[in-house]
Ligand binder design. Structure first.
Ligand SMILES: [Zn+2]
Length: 299
């Protein structure tokens, strides 16, 4: 017999604890486009929370279902005929190519909602900037640009290993493309290492979780710095209708995280730092945050 959810929705397969359903709602029940950048950020955060809560239910051996309503127009469906939809995403996401971070899924979004650019280490190369320039200039629906790092990023980890053991740079000397990613990331790793020592003392390098901590600090700083680089790099000076935010998708929690000014850990996206002072403030918040402190001395 099929299991029943509390609200009485049947799960089709008795062994399946969670279902994500894409509901093509011809009745107009789909979500409207966010009207401003704040609404766009709130929608992304709510979608991510719904995804994380779905899988939290699974972890607790409880059945759960997530329904994502999709406007049939967004896949070219109109009553009686098919036609190419107009492209109208409300957010552009610059994410890592890592297969564990399926962008639409973790934000509970469907087709035509997100303009996604993915590249290992989510850095700002020419192709990324060109893609974003196109989106800003041609997609009037755009309200938010999100730089999304993720925990345990392989690109950042490779650069941290070069920082900790510079001789390992020899291993990537012949790999020009990989070397470019590592070179770009080394700057934020140096910055992260400096800040960890400044806040936790020079002996921090001997703590058992130092490598992991430095990786996670660098991932967050990389996302913040990349987000900062958007405004001067793109034609955004007069675009108050588009905000740039950043966050880190934490794989084991399935939530987007960023450090918070009150010193607590925070679920959600943070505004891009506007200047060096704000970036320094983020460095302080980050290396003092409960999540980062917890990584320094693992159980
Ligand atoms: Zn990655």
């Amino acid at each position: 017999m099929a299991k029943k959810l509390p609200e009485g929705l049947p799960i089709e397969h008795p062994a399946c604890l969670a279902e994500v359903t894409y509901r093509f709602a011809f009745d107009g029940a789909h979500k409207a486009l966010p009207s401003d950048p704040n609404a766009a950020r709130l929608r992304l955060e709510a979608g991510n929370r719904a995804f994380a809560e779905l899988l939290d239910q699974v972890a607790a051996s409880r059945p759960a279902r997530l329904s994502i309503d999709i406007d049939p127009h967004d896949v070219g469906l109109l009553p009686g005929r098919s036609t190419a939809p107009k492209q109208q995403p409300f957010a552009a996401i610059v994410g890592c190519a890592d297969a564990r971070v399926p962008v639409e899924l973790i934000f509970s979004e469907g087709p035509n909602d997100l303009f996604v650019v993915r590249i290992a280490g989510n850095g700002l190369g020419d192709d990324v900037m060109g893609s974003l320039s196109y989106a800003i200039d041609h997609l009037a629906s755009l309200r938010s640009i999100v730089v999304l790092g993720h925990s345990e990023c392989g690109a950042v980890s490779a650069a941290v290993d070069v920082h900790l053991e510079p001789a390992r740079y020899m291993e990537i000397m012949s790999q020009k493309d990989l070397r470019q990613i590592v070179d770009r990331t080394l700057v934020v790793i140096q910055l992260g290492a400096t800040w960890l020592e400044r806040v936790h003392g020079a002996e921090v390098v001997r703590r058992s979780g130092y490598r992991t901590t430095l990786i996670e600090v660098a991932i967050a700083l990389n996302a913040a710095l990349t987000a900062h680089g958007m405004r001067p790099g793109l034609n955004l000076a007069d675009r108050s209708d588009i905000h740039v935010v950043y966050g880190v998708y934490v794989l084991e929690e399935r939530l987007v995280w960023s450090p918070r000014r009150d010193g607590t850990d925070w679920f959600g996206l943070a505004p891009a730092p506007r200047d060096a002072n704000e970036f320094v403030a983020i460095c302080d918040l980050l290396v003092s945050s409960p999540r980062i402190r917890g990584l320094l001395d693992p159980p």
